[in-house]
Design a protein around this ligand. Structure first.
Ligand code: PBG
Length: 332
């Protein structure tokens, strides 16, 4: 006699690897991954970043090699960050066509030759001596509108250098509209704006400060969002779309999957996520201590971000994960 219970056997589709693969609701392809790349002025060999095991700062001369690796891995792009030799109060190196980031953009663009997208961080924190994402007013606060003016100049400099996509990560009000207008006026109507829309004031950026050698005076809570807020993240994304953002982003990714899912539900443009330096360091250090299975944890973290609604992911594991995908390995 056959038991009438259970009538619903959800385990059926989990029985073999082939069934599980066929029944998978979400997957990633290499083209949906973007690698952040740090380019440092004045070095001649790659310098490992202590807080991000496996990640290095690269000399300008090595950038073409990094681009070739990224192309071979089939990833969708690289996101460039500049580490300048000198900084000042207003971040002059950001708008200088000879600044390290602008030079890196041109070099990467030439090396890429259309094979992947070259993206650039549009923010002042790597270029200011106080480490804030903008210029300061007399009282020491970050001056929104004065900063947005510099972002507009920086955006045009990056477009002129050859960036395909500008990553506006400064969280100033009105930055998307101002950079869009400046780009259009300067003949760069085709340059894409990726707005870091819901960007939270996060401890998970800690290792990144090492990577760009930025020492911050104070914190970023007057412009980056409070981790307590969700509705506000949706509003940030919607207003960036209104201002002309081509892509919106949620950052960090892992601790903000709820925000990612909600933004993905209402966005009329692609939604990307940034798996940040601290998310990277957590998994790397736990794996190095033998506490978790490194590859499975990486794969699961990426799949989780995808499942929550990211169309593409910025991740320091982009090359490695793309390699697994090319080999036909499952992420989780
Ligand atoms: C701003 C910027 C930051 C990151 C990306 N763009 C730092 C910050 O806002 O404090 C962090 C990325 C990471 O932690 O991996 N230039």
């Amino acid at each position: 006699m056959t038991a009438a219970f259970p009538t619903r056997r959800l385990r059926r589709l989990r029985a073999t690897p082939a069934l599980r693969r066929l029944a998978a609701e979400h997957a990633l392809v290499p083209a949906q991954l973007v690698l952040p790349v740090f380019v440092k002025e004045g070095i001649t060999a790659a310098q490992p970043i202590a807080s991000m095991p496996g990640v290095s700062q690269h000399p300008l001369e090595a950038l073409a090699g990094v681009v070739d690796e990224a192309v071979a891995a089939g990833i969708g792009g690289i996101m460039l960050f500049g580490v300048p030799a000198t900084r000042d109060a207003v971040g002059s190196g950001a708008v200088d066509p000879d600044g390290i980031l602008n030079r890196a953009i041109t070099l990467a663009r030439d090396a890429a030759a259309g094979r992947l997208t070259v993206q650039a961080d549009l923010c002042l924190d790597e270029f200011t001596d106080h480490g804030h994402c903008g210029v300061l007013a007399g009282d020491g606060s970050v001056d929104n509108d004065a900063t947005v003016d510099v972002y507009a100049q920086m955006g045009v400099a990056q477009a002129r250098a050859g960036a395909h996509i500008l990553g506006l990560s400064g969280m100033m009000d009105g930055q998307v509209a101002a950079v869009r207008a400046a780009l259009d006026a300067a003949g760069f109507a085709h340059v894409v704006i990726l707005a870091y829309s819901a960007k939270y004031a996060s401890a998970f950026y800690g290792p990144f400060r090492d990577a760009v050698e930025s020492t911050l005076q104070g914190d970023r809570r007057t412009y980056q969002m409070s981790p307590a807020n969700a509705r506000e993240g949706i509003e940030e994304a919607l207003s960036d779309i209104d201002e002309g953002a081509d892509v919106v982003m949620v950052k960090p990714a892992g601790p903000y999957l709820d925000i990612l899912a909600r933004v993905a539900d209402v966005s009329s443009v692609p939604v990307w996520a940034y798996q940040v330096s601290g998310e990277y360091a957590l998994i790397e250090t736990a794996a190095a201590a033998g506490l978790i299975d490194r590859e499975r944890a990486i794969g699961e973290s990426l799949l989780g971000i995808r499942r929550a609604g990211a169309d593409a992911i910025l991740t320091y594991w982009a090359l490695e994960a793309a390699g697994w995908l090319q080999d036909g390995k499952d992420l989780a």
